[in-house]
Write a protein that binds this ligand. Structure first.
Ligand SMILES: C[S@@+](CC[C@H](N)C(=O)[O-])C[C@H]1O[C@@H](n2cnc3c(N)ncnc32)[C@H](O)[C@@H]1O
Length: 290
């Protein structure tokens, strides 16, 4: 059975899309991220480490961590740039930034704000970095222009983002299994922000070039993604945030029960003593400011 998918009834403006993302990350998105951070770190930690290695932050450098969330990568960058360097973590979620600040790392500053429009000091950063925090802008070209202008002329951009959903069974499998039993799922348009919005390399290239970046490089990173210790653990938090959240919120208890049973059936074959793992696929993207 094909999953029922909702057509985007009216094209939304970049401002409306940005407002939706701000509401999501200050609501279920931020809460879900905070509640599941241990599991998430096990799932995406290695992708983040690869991006940090590629960014190679050096002592004395100034860096921005875009969509820094709870600030794990901000702290790693801060350690690398040392006392003579500085890292600015920017995130739109008040709750996540409050938690990031609680670690009190001296050479970091955290701001709550939209990184797309935040007034960064122009031409003063060596590195703009992000682990899965750059796919949520209503107007991505304007956002990346903002980063390009914050960078010194020889500054660098390094981020990691997901490739397309069909290359990421860890994300697609539960959604495909549950969708037939739930109210229609939102279907983002090709230019809409979201988890998989940067899957299409051609689109990302266009955005970065229009924003003024040069020397673009895309390296595929492929590895198994840890989704939870057991299928039961995954079911306990299924639909709390992410692509199934709205459908679960609108579903009847019977629909949710059927959707969870379908997710369990789809994930059971992937349960191992090391947890439930499915393939994941990312782009490690590098570019130069000029
Ligand atoms: C998938 S999470 C990644 C968080 C963090 N980088 C990590 O890897 O743990 C995406 C993050 O981007 C943030 N975000 C979304 N839109 C944003 C925007 N316009 N400006 C700043 N942060 C944003 C969210 O609040 C969230 O913390």
């Amino acid at each position: 059975m094909k999953p029922p998918l909702e057509k985007n009834p009216v094209e939304k403006t970049p401002a409306e899309l940005a407002a939706e993302q701000a509401a999501y990350w200050n609501g279920p998105g931020g809460k879900g991220w905070l509640a599941s951070i241990e599991r998430i770190e096990q799932g995406i930690g290695d992708f983040g480490k690869a991006a940090l290695t590629a960014a190679s932050p050096r002592p004395g450098e100034k860096a921005i961590d875009v969509g820094c969330g709870l600030g794990g990568t901000t702290r790693a960058l801060a350690e690398a740039v040392g006392a003579t360097g500085h890292v600015l973590g920017v995130d739109i979620s008040e709750e996540l930034v409050a938690s990031a600040r609680s670690h009190r790392v001296p050479n970091t500053t955290f701001v709550v704000g939209n990184a797309a429009t935040h007034p960064f000091e122009p031409a003063s950063y060596d590195l703009v970095f992000s682990r899965f925090g750059v796919m949520f802008f209503g107007d991505p070209v304007a956002a990346f222009k903002n980063f390009q202008q914050a960078l010194k002329p020889d500054g660098r951009l390094v981020f990691v983002c997901w490739r397309k959903p069909d290359e990421n069974p860890w994300g697609l499998t539960p959604v495909r299994a549950a969708a037939p039993f739930l109210p229609p799922l939102p279907r983002p348009g090709p230019e809409d922000p979201g988890q998989f919005a940067f899957g299409d390399r051609t689109r990302v290239e266009r955005i970065l070039k229009e924003a003024g970046f040069t020397a673009l490089s895309f390296e595929p990173l492929d590895q198994m993604v840890f989704m939870g210790k057991t299928v039961a653990d995954i079911l306990a938090s299924a639909g709390r945030f992410g692509p199934l959240a709205r459908a679960f919120a609108e579903a009847t208890p019977e629909q949710i029960e059927k959707a969870k049973a379908a997710i369990a059936e789809a994930l059971k074959p992937h349960e191992t003593p090391e947890g439930v793992r499915l393939p994941g696929a990312c782009w490690l993207v590098r570019a130069r400011a000029t």
